[in-house]
Design a protein around this ligand. Structure first.
Ligand code: GLU
Length: 425
């Protein structure tokens, strides 16, 4: 059998294909030449499988979708505070190319509008003779898993009509947010926007973010988890130009769009998704791209606010082993986060003080978050204080060494009964 996922993606594309609303971005003359029929969709899982459909080999310029990645690179190299000193994280509610600064902080409101993105571009540290746009191209190539190029025609074309971005650059220089020559920085920023990608590249880049900064195929950590969290938070509140609120309620996935018609979205721990269709709406978002995301989010239950009811399922069973009256087994399953740990500890608190042996069997857990491990061992400590002997059975090594810190992992490779027989003899 073949997985139905590619057929589903093709079906979604065909349903949205007839929509001809929107217009090509023409303030960058070269973008007005785009083929408005192009339509593509790609989805990457966090283990690196990519499904794609439509014009998935067509390259287009990344434009504003470079902004979250430039922000990630600046955060990774300089740390959060140094970046926050220069660019805020508040939604602006204004057009992406508004010539404005926060009236109180005198900083750009966020890194997803042009004033913030130009400032972020300037923050990317370079060696003598290096170019920031080139450094970013190399970084994006690592995320995409292939060598990406600049579209120099689009770059030159935007340079010819960059008056607005140049005004923003000079304003930033005037108030001291930029220390460098605004011309060099704005040209560099425009070049960063002219990196060519396909939807497959974008899906793969998004999957690194979905995977907490680790490249799914190589296992290499490309970004710190804290950097990814910051980038996704800003994408969620500011990523879709001045329609971020609409997007959050109807799609509910951190995303970023660009005026060439691309949109990429990241669902943490699950998928990276990218679409491409060149006609954009008055906010600057691809019209068919938005429709496709709305459809995927609904069909696939991807909205962030639609939590999973995992907490009900943490305790698979609790039983007393007949031949050892004083041995109580708690079999756990699923994911151990705060809610599940709280539920488990509430069950454990019903155990009367005494000298039972309590086995906490983690064999069927799929993931233990740090808070889950901390709460689990706090429970162990308290059961000990009540007089019980407690064993944490972790035959599948679900707990990391850091989570174990000083506690003992019981490994049961044989039947639990046999293990207990040894343990009681
Ligand atoms: N290079 C474009 C600009 O700065 C990017 C705009 C966008 O994609 O939103 O105007």
């Amino acid at each position: 059998m073949q997985t139905p996922v590619p057929d589903y993606l093709t079906h979604v594309l065909s349903q949205c294909a007839a929509n001809s609303q929107g217009a090509l971005a023409d303030y960058i003359p070269e973008l007005a030449q785009a083929n408005s029929k192009h339509l593509a969709l790609a989805l990457s899982t966090v283990d690196g499988t990519i499904y794609a459909s439509g014009d998935d080999t067509v390259e287009f310029t990344i434009q504003s979708m470079s902004k979250p990645f430039a922000y990630a690179l600046a955060l990774q190299e300089l740390g959060l505070n140094a970046v926050l000193d220069k660019v805020d994280v508040e939604p602006s509610g204004e057009a992406f190319n508004q010539i404005s600064l926060d009236p109180v902080t005198k900083r750009p409101k966020n890194p997803m509008i042009n004033s913030g993105a130009i400032t972020t571009h300037a923050l990317i540290p370079i060696q003598q003779g290096e170019q920031r746009a080139e450094k970013l191209r190399q970084f994006l190539s690592r995320l995409a898993g292939r060598e990406l190029c600049f579209d120099l025609k689009v770059y030159e074309s935007e340079i010819q009509s960059a008056f607005r971005n140049l005004s923003i650059g000079y304003m930033l220089r005037t108030v001291g947010v930029l220390a460098q020559d605004p011309l060099e920085i704005v040209y560099g920023y425009i070049k960063q926007c002219a990196i060519l990608v396909t939807v497959k590249d974008l899906a793969r880049m998004s999957s690194v973010l979905a995977n907490g900064g680790i490249e799914p195929l190589t296992g290499e950590r490309l970004l710190d988890g804290a950097v990814v969290r910051q980038v996704l938070s800003v994408m969620l509140s500011c990523g879709m130009y001045d329609s971020a609120g609409d997007w959050l309620s109807s799609v509910g996935i951190p995303a970023k769009s660009g005026v060439a018609g691309g949109i990429f979205g990241v669902l943490p721990g699950q998928v990276g998704i990218a679409v491409f269709s060149p006609k954009i709406d008055t906010h600057g978002n691809s019209v068919r791209g938005v429709k496709i995301f709305e459809r995927l989010s609904n069909d696939m239950g991807l909205h962030l606010m639609q939590g999973t009811p995992s907490a009900q399922t943490i305790l698979q069973s609790r039983y007393v082993l007949e031949q050892y009256q004083d041995v109580i087994v708690y079999e756990l399953r699923g994911v151990l986060q705060f809610t599940e740990s709280e539920m488990l500890l509430r069950r454990l608190q019903n155990e009367p003080a005494g000298n039972s042996t309590i086995l906490l069997d983690l064999t069927n857990l799929t993931l233990v978050h740090n808070v889950g491990a901390r709460m689990l061992f706090e429970g162990v400590k308290r059961l000990h204080a009540d007089g019980h002997t407690v064993k944490v059975v972790d035959s599948e090594n679900i707990l990391s060494e850091a989570q174990l810190k000083g506690h003992k992992r019981e490994v049961v490779n044989e039947a639990l009964e046999k293990y207990l027989a040894k343990f009681h003899s």
